[in-house]
Design a protein around this ligand. Structure first.
Ligand SMILES: [Zn+2]
Length: 387
């Protein structure tokens, strides 16, 4: 039995004109109604506006998934040869990155930069869905003398370090990075191939060269001869303190594509623009022109890339051309969360996704729930024939 409400009391014993108004009961009722209404309104608007995933979710492939875009970094500890510039070390990003790698400066100083690869391998071993990752080296800026310009390079991860460390684990593969301005660039490509590199990784906007430069023709011909795909960043680069974004215009990639290089443009060239046009549009036009051009879905669930995953899944240009990647460790930063998809995921899904601890399983589950097809998850391993 519930207590009578003020209205019921009112009905049975009408208040005389001179009687005081039941202020307290009325205000309690008002606030009670309001408090009940707010979540209800939120629930109703979410329910009414709920759009569901971009595509109907599919079961994951039976075979393990390969992550084609996974970073490591280092401060030079343990003789790694890695370095991070002063400006990067003093920026807020540095702490966020170390945190997302699950380490700290003092831990790296004690145990060496190789610790990050050990941690990555262990987490991949624990992943239910992802069986391995391609760990990317990162070359720097090359000066007029053909040497590494440490004053202009923000992050350097040498090929030798990544090759040596990944060789210790069966679930780690590696991608070399060679600035084509290096005098010995072709020898470096040959070395990388001979030592099992799966691809060559570039970020032209921070390595400061123009992919359209005709003098790189022998470099591209060597990539074709070695059957080495080129994974290159395109679009706006926001992970570094400065970048020449025009060098990452996808339209600068016609030369390698025409020469037959297999080019994978990272994360559908998301977020940048050149000549008043989105880089993604500049790239999508090229997908129809070249059958040797691919892309991947790393970082597309980030808050600052809203709408790009939908585009990658819905627009026909990308069909059959997308690989799976994470851009690890960015999936561990606050930029990625299922809470950013209240109209695409149910509250229960959001809770379940939040509770997944393994970063790769969480990334796969989020992307699967949003509608990334099984074929995209399966394509990376088939592409690189890792297992
Ligand atoms: Zn990346």
């Amino acid at each position: 039995m519930s207590n009578p409400t003020p209205d019921q009391t009112h009905a049975s014993a009408p208040r005389s004109l001179g009687a005081p108004r039941p202020k307290r009961s009325r205000s309690l009722k008002f606030w009670g109604t309001l408090l009940a209404a707010v979540p209800l309104a939120g629930f109703l608007s979410c329910s009414l506006l709920h759009q569901g995933p971009y595509l109907p979710p599919e079961p994951l492939p039976d075979t393990p998934i390969l992550d084609v875009h996974c970073h490591t970094a280092g401060i030079g500890a343990g003789g790694s040869g890695c370095f991070i510039s002063e400006s990067m070390q003093s920026s807020l990003r540095f702490d966020v990155y170390l945190d997302s790698f699950g380490t700290s400066v003092s831990e790296l100083e004690t145990r060496g930069d190789a610790l990050i690869l050990q941690k990555i391998s262990k987490q991949l071993q624990e992943s239910k869905h992802v069986g391995g990752a391609i760990i990317l080296a990162l070359d720097g800026v090359i000066n007029a003398q053909g040497e590494l310009d440490r004053s202009l390079t923000e992050i350097h991860v040498p090929n030798e370090f990544v090759e040596t460390e990944t060789a210790k684990y069966t679930n780690l593969f590696w991608g070399a990075s060679v600035n084509p301005k290096r005098p010995d660039a072709l020898e470096r490509l040959q070395w990388a191939k001979d030592h099992g590199a799966k691809l060559v990784k570039w970020i032209p906007s921070i390595m400061l060269f123009d992919p359209a430069d005709a003098s790189f023709r022998p470099f591209y011909e060597k990539l074709v001869a070695l059957n080495m795909p080129l994974l290159t960043h395109a679009g706006k680069e926001e992970a570094f303190t400065h970048a020449k974004n025009e060098l990452c215009d996808p339209q600068r990639l016609h030369l390698p594509l025409q020469l037959g290089v297999t080019v994978i443009v990272a994360h559908i060239a998301s977020t940048g623009s050149n000549q008043g046009e989105r880089d993604t549009d500049r790239l999508s036009r090229m997908m129809g022109q070249y059958t040797n051009l691919f892309s991947e879905i790393s970082s597309l669930t980030q808050l600052n890339k809203s709408g790009y995953l939908k585009e990658a899944l819905i627009q026909p240009e990308w069909t059959g051309r997308l690989l799976y990647g994470t851009d690890y460790p960015l999936i561990n930063t606050p930029l990625v969360s299922p809470y950013f998809y209240p109209l695409r995921l149910t509250r229960r899904q959001i809770r379940e996704l939040r509770s997944i601890e393994n970063p790769w399983d969480r990334d796969v589950a989020l992307k699967q729930a949003l509608g990334v097809p099984a074929s995209v998850f399966a394509r990376s391993a088939a592409f690189f024939q890792t297992w």
